[in-house]
Ligand binder design. Structure first.
Ligand code: HEC
Ligand code: HEC
Length: 402
């Protein structure tokens, strides 16, 4: 057989094989998502037992935590950051650097995406195992401890049937399958309904917003400059995610105690000390308190801070990393009280109706509107789509000095 014939035979076999394995992969992904839902709600996987993902990511609050910081499984231990929403979290791009060319031609390498407020987990796959082993969270000793717990669960048989040892890299294959299960669950339509009134308005329904909210949207795009970072345009997903997932130091009031270095804490770059990821503003009205440290109780306070940080420095006091604060984009926006009311009204229109329906009916999870595409048909859009093996660690590159 000539080498050309051999290659074409291989391709034919591969093609046929790909069809069959695609169907198998789809069935496996669906099975994983179903088990992932059980893992998410399981309170037996912590040490001591009693805490699960759902304890700090409450479905009725768009999977966030109303406490500024969450207590851990061990009494008296707690984290230092506010638990963010998990709505749209599976759509956050993986941590990477983007080249940004300034008007004078200087190229900056800016971090973008990643999980946690500081991006220290590059992907969702990497992130979902971390709460199990965090001593301020679920407090398990190691993967062996998690695997032992998983073996005791009611869904163990279903999970072990989904294990693919070839997939697991260095990790325990059962734990690896549990991670894949959580990732597949977080990709489910219920986490990405895109059914807020803002979506209706951007989709062409001019009556979806009130007059005040429409003025708020103009401000959001214009004078208040919010959309410079909380994007209203579609980027990595066919619909806008209300974030660029870039990093900034807003100059939040110092809380005393240990300073939180954010992004700079793991990249080691001085310019990135005190920078945190810009989050989605979807469902923001449900996810108080605000910012990475949960330090602001209301959206009004957040807006007053953006508007008057530099006008009323005494109200806000000193900040932890003054050298890296963004002083160009906000701090003195000159918004009037009426304009702040319009922006506040607008942010109410960022709430998904499926979450409002869930809160009214008291069901345990929201349900995405009919027609929301399933995770398999959207797989190429998810940042995790080709993560068959353990993802590589990010390689920090230094930024040239400004
Ligand atoms: C004790 C409370 C607690 C528990 C339990 C917990 N989380 Fe979290 N979660 C947090 C906090 C706090 C953060 C932000 C931490 C940070 O930025 O350092 C977070 C961040 C996240 C993020 C990142 C979201 C983003 O926008 O970057 C994801 C995803 C997530 N958690 C999923 C889970 C899953 C899955 C579980 C269960 C395996 C879980 N969490 C268990 C408190 C918790
Ligand atoms: C230069 C980029 C940038 C601009 C412009 C910007 N933001 Fe933000 N926003 C961020 C970052 C970064 C964070 C996270 C900061 C932190 O937690 O330390 C954030 C956080 C928030 C939060 C808290 C989110 C949460 O889940 O706790 C709200 C609310 C918010 N922004 C609203 C706005 C509004 C309204 C505007 C316009 C007035 C605006 N932002 C302008 C980057 C920006």
């Amino acid at each position: 057989m000539s080498w050309i014939a051999r290659i074409s035979l291989c391709l034919t076999l591969l093609g046929g094989h790909a069809g069959a394995s695609d169907a198998a992969a789809e069935a496996r992904a669906r099975g994983l998502a179903a088990v992932g839902k059980e893992i998410f709600h399981d309170l037996s996987l912590s040490h001591p037992v009693g805490q699960g993902c759902v304890s700090c990511h409450q479905p009725a609050l768009a999977f966030s935590d109303p406490r500024p910081v969450s207590p851990g499984a061990v009494a008296g231990r707690q984290g230092t950051r506010n638990a963010p929403t998990l709505m749209y979290a599976a759509l956050i791009p993986s941590l990477d650097q983007e080249d940004f060319i300034e008007p004078d031609g200087v190229v900056l390498w800016l971090w973008e995406g990643g999980m946690f407020h500081d991006g220290r987990a590059r992907t969702l796959h990497e992130q979902v195992a971390m709460p199990f082993f965090d001593h301020a969270e679920m407090n398990l000793a190691d993967e062996a401890a998690l695997a032992a717990k998983l073996r005791q669960t009611s869904y163990f048989d279903r999970l072990s049937a989904l294990v693919d040892p070839a997939d697991a890299g260095d990790s325990d294959p059962l734990v690896h399958a549990a991670r894949r299960a959580l990732v597949e669950f977080l990709k489910e339509p219920l986490f990405r309904p895109f059914d807020s009134r803002l979506d209706d308005f951007l989709g062409g329904d001019a009556t979806a917003l009130t007059a005040s909210e429409t003025r708020g949207l103009e401000l959001f795009r214009g004078k208040a400059k919010c959309a410079d970072c909380h994007f209203l345009t579609a980027t990595s997903w066919p619909k806008p995610l209300l974030s660029d997932y870039g990093y900034d130091n807003l100059g939040l009031p110092s809380r005393g105690g240990k300073k939180d270095p954010g992004l700079g804490g793991h990249t080691g770059h001085p310019e990135e000390m005190g920078q945190f990821k810009s989050p989605t503003l979807r469902n923001i009205a449900l996810t108080a308190p605000y910012f990475h440290d949960g330090s602001m109780a209301t959206l009004r306070e957040v807006l007053e801070f953006y508007n008057e940080r530099d006008v009323e420095p005494r109200r806000w006091g000193p900040t932890d990393f003054p050298e890296t604060v963004n002083r160009d984009d906000f701090g003195n926006l000159g918004l009037t009280a009426a304009e702040i009311d319009d922006l506040l009204a607008l942010m109410d229109a960022f709430t998904d109706r499926s979450l409002l329906r869930m809160r009214e009916s008291g069901t345990s999870l929201p349900e995405a509107p009919a027609g929301t595409p399933d995770a398999w048909s959207m797989r190429a859009y998810f940042p995790d789509w080709n993560h068959r093996a353990t993802p590589v660690k990010p390689m920090p590159r230094a930024q040239p000095p400004r």
